[in-house]
Ligand binder design. Structure first.
Ligand SMILES: [Zn+2]
Length: 387
């Protein structure tokens, strides 16, 4: 890719032609670059570095500077050619780049280092390295993922539409996108994972042993506690107990589904070594082996996602309800099964015909964006008025 062939404009005495996007996770940082319109992805593979987030924001910021340097080197570009830098953070963040509440960064000891004007600190570090001022922008990662999904579907169009996006993985992030732009409210709108959603009728039995699941936010019954890997890790302890196995087996048999005792034996073996390991394998067994015990456990997520969407639909009457994040990595067959359960729970919770899920009206779909939070951050910067 020759940079000379890209569109370039002059800003503050600099000829700029590219934008840098950075996706900062709790453990890794990914870097990508686009042209000014965010349409052309300039690097075939993302640059990836450890985030060092355990050691506080300054270490992470120097990793970001190193990563951007590596991107520029691969592209044969100079700092002065960079129009904007946009970074995602895995925690609530105000539109001006202040980390509001530290959720997924650092250790219990270093967390207090993270309530910082991250955008400002980054801008200072960039200026020191680049020798010029490059506008920087920091945003929440779920917002960025939602923004990228919207862009993938609709480009930079701003016509009337509303999309609700959730990302399910370790936790549950979310965002509301109105006419192509992330809706902030007075700062943190779209934290959909922390909505307190009732278990839909007909599904109470499965949650009877776990009626008030605690959330990392300090609350109880947030939808994230039942539709996330964190929730599943807590859930597996119960599911592999005698009482858990008995309840799940009875429910499966009542529905004419197969219960395979070997799966339970395997999961118990894994659980002995590491409970988290057992939780990871639940998804693999549910997908690759279509194991019904594991599918029953993942149905927790699907049921609660359906209930969440059904509760939001009357408030926002969206065009699309979009599921993104780690769960999108399952096979096509497993995706179809999962979406069926989501839709069934949605219909069970929301019987109003005007909010029926169908094409063009509260339609529930999988995300079409893959691993491009970094580009979502660039797009959010553009939408926020970055030149
Ligand atoms: Zn919560």
């Amino acid at each position: 890719m020759s940079l000379d062939s890209l569109k370039h404009v002059s800003i503050a005495g600099r000829e700029v032609s590219l934008r840098i996007g950075v996706d900062m996770g709790g453990s890794d940082i990914k870097f990508g670059a686009t042209d000014l319109d965010a349409e052309l992805i300039l690097l075939p593979d993302l640059v990836k570095l450890p985030s060092l987030s355990q050691q506080g924001p300054q270490k992470t910021i120097s990793q970001i500077i190193t990563g951007i340097g590596a991107v520029l080197e691969e592209l044969g570009a100079k700092w002065a050619q960079v129009a904007t830098i946009a970074v995602t953070v895995p925690c609530p963040c105000s539109p001006d780049g202040v980390i509001l509440e530290v959720t997924n960064l650092g250790t219990p000891d270093t967390k207090h280092l993270w309530e910082v004007p991250f955008g400002e600190l980054l801008a200072t570090a960039v200026e020191a390295e680049a020798g010029c001022t490059i506008p920087t922008f920091a945003c929440n990662d779920a917002n960025a993922a939602g923004q990228d999904d919207d862009f993938t579907r609709f480009g930079l169009k701003t016509d009337s539409r509303t999309c609700l996006f959730i990302t399910t993985g370790t936790g549950m992030g979310g965002c509301v996108i109105v006419n192509g732009s992330v809706f902030y409210g007075i700062g943190q709108a779209g934290e959909l994972g922390h909505m307190k959603i009732a278990v839909p009728s007909g599904y109470e039995n499965r949650f009877s042993a776990d009626p008030n699941p605690p959330c990392g936010c300090g609350g109880q019954k947030c939808v994230e506690t039942r539709a996330s890997l964190t929730g599943l890790i807590r859930r597996v302890t119960w599911a592999l107990s005698d009482a858990g196995v008995d309840l799940i087996k009875a429910e499966l048999e009542a529905e004419g589904r197969e219960f395979n005792p070997e799966t339970v034996a395997k999961l118990r073996e894994l659980y002995e070594v590491a409970p988290k390991r057992a939780a990871y394998e639940v998804r693999t067994f549910a997908d690759a082996h279509k194991d019904e015990f594991c599918r029953w456990l993942l149905e927790d997520w699907a049921i609660m996602i359906g209930a969440l969407f059904a509760s939001l639909a009357p408030a926002l009457h969206p065009d699309l309800l979009i599921i993104g994040g780690g769960m999108t990595e399952i096979s096509g067959d497993a995706q179809a099964w999962f979406l069926d359960v989501v839709k069934k729970s949605y219909a069970q919770t929301n019987a109003q015909r005007s909010f029926e899920s169908k094409p063009g009206n509260c339609e529930i779909v999988w995300s079409v964006s893959t691993d491009q939070g970094w580009r979502g951050a660039i797009l959010m910067g553009i939408r926020a008025g970055q030149a």
